[in-house]
Write a protein that binds this ligand. Structure first.
Ligand SMILES: NC(=O)c1ccc[n+]([C@@H]2O[C@H](COP(=O)([O-])OP(=O)(O)OC[C@H]3O[C@@H](n4cnc5c(N)ncnc54)[C@H](O)[C@@H]3O)[C@@H](O)[C@H]2O)c1
Length: 404
């Protein structure tokens, strides 16, 4: 992760996070460990819990706790009670900066602070300690914007998920490749000659569609947003309602951030042996209650990450229990992608500390200068040089008098 390494080297000299308590609720993977080490190099006291029980790498958690003085609360496969206890352990530490992937940590602090206002919590108002937070994913930003709309957001949050470098690298190329990788590892499918129905043609969905088409699949896109649907059509994909696509697909991939995108009415039309996978953040996009209710013949594990639902006349194969497939069935984004995401996280944390007290308690864009800096470092890591504007060109672009 050369971009993060360059930032870590600067942080070690400048110590921009000296003494700052940073709590991160992220996937506990080797890549996250590099981010944690970068924050520690910058002087931060770092706590870490997992944003997804299935993605925790226990050896990484142990190494961080043992070697890097990171306060780790995460265990692979932990149940929901342990998950909540681990998030709460970080809440109790009174963080000043939060780094989230799904907003569980920051919303827990807000929920606890609300209780505190009624005198029912641990005494201090945790939200008052907050300098700010960052958010790594679409779903987390949706939650935080709803909190903001209710005038409940108590600190600035930088929308790392919407940084231009993140959108380009992480969502399109990272998710595009790694979601298909997870599906192929779990199901060992041949994409060529098969039809993939993609539900949600957003930043992540576009990457999946592009990669699947490249591997020979026929791709059908289902959308609710007219502009996104139009874009998919102009790209050459078939576009239709999910109910029409239900009988056509061999493989269905949801990546909308919404829930029950595939449900009873769709399952009832699907072909025998169709495969269902979810690349959205939460395991709510494929309606598991509906699927279970239809499985009159029972549910059988047929491969380590595949449960087969017997609908009597047809079988449907669910990958990774409907959890985010690139993490639950694969290894998530390659390190080269997370290098960019976590470089943005590190610089966003630094920006929040440098501007403590002067940013509004809203969901904010990552400053363009951070996007540019991360892109510049990534290009350097790839040994790619680019042109710069001449003085004459800069004058031309900044002025308004010359039109020819
Ligand atoms: N697996 C990963 O690595 C990964 C990476 C990035 C994002 N995500 C997750 O994927 C989800 C989508 O993220 P995004 O950044 O692409 O969001 P996005 O908002 O850019 O795209 C989501 C798209 O889904 C569409 N949509 C919503 N409801 C729909 C429905 N019922 N049927 C069809 N389309 C529908 C929306 O119109 C939108 O175009 C989120 O949960 C996000 O957290 C996962």
């Amino acid at each position: 992760m050369p971009v993060l390494r360059l930032i870590r080297e600067r942080f070690a000299k400048e110590r921009p996070l000296d003494g700052v308590r940073v709590a991160a609720c992220l996937h506990v993977t080797a890549e996250t460990a590099c981010l944690a080490r970068t924050l520690v190099a910058g002087g931060a006291e770092v706590g870490l819990c997992s944003a997804n029980p299935l993605s925790t790498q226990d050896d990484v958690a142990a190494a961080l706790a043992t070697n890097d003085h990171v306060d780790v609360h995460a265990l692979h496969g932990e149940d929901i009670d342990s998950y909540v206890a681990h998030v709460n352990a970080l809440v109790d530490s009174g963080p000043q900066i939060t780094l989230d992937d799904g907003a569980d940590l920051l919303t827990a602090i807000h929920a606890r602070s609300g209780a505190g206002a009624d005198g029912a919590s641990n005494g201090g108002d945790l939200a008052e300690k907050l300098i700010g937070g960052t958010e790594e994913t679409t779903t987390g930003l949706l939650r935080l914007r709803r909190l903001e709309a209710e005038s409940g957001l108590r600190c600035p949050v930088l929308a790392v998920n919407e940084a231009l470098a993140e959108r380009t690298l992480n969502d399109r190329y990272g998710t595009g490749q790694s979601a298909l990788d997870g599906i192929l590892r779990a199901a060992n499918l041949l994409l060529a000659g098969h039809t993939l129905v993609l539900l949600g043609y957003g930043f992540a969905g576009r990457g999946i569609a592009q990669r699947a088409r490249g591997a020979g699949a026929a791709v059908i896109v289902c959308e609710v947003d007219p502009l996104r649907a139009l874009e998919a059509r102009m790209e050459g994909y078939e576009v239709m309602p999910a109910l029409d696509a239900a009988g056509r697909g061999d493989l269905f991939v949801t990546v909308t951030g919404s829930r029950s995108v595939l449900r009873r009415e769709h399952f009832e039309r699907m072909k025998d042996n169709a495969v269902l996978a979810n690349a959205g953040h939460f395991d709510v996009e494929i309606d598991l209650d509906d699927l279970r209710a239809l499985a009159t013949g029972g549910v059988q594990p047929v491969l380590p990450l595949i449960d087969q639902y017997d609908l009597g006349d047809r079988r449907l194969n669910l990958l990774a229990s409907g959890r985010v497939v690139n993490l639950a069935a694969g290894e998530g984004h390659p390190a080269a992608v997370m290098d960019v995401s976590f470089a943005l996280q590190a610089l966003a944390a630094e920006h929040l500390v440098l501007n403590a007290g002067s940013l509004e308690p809203r969901v904010l864009d990552v400053p363009r200068a951070i996007d540019d800096e991360v892109s510049r470092l990534k290009l350097a890591a790839l040994d790619v040089q680019i042109d710069t504007l001449t003085e004459d060109q800069r004058d031309y672009l900044q002025g308004w008098r010359q039109s020819f």
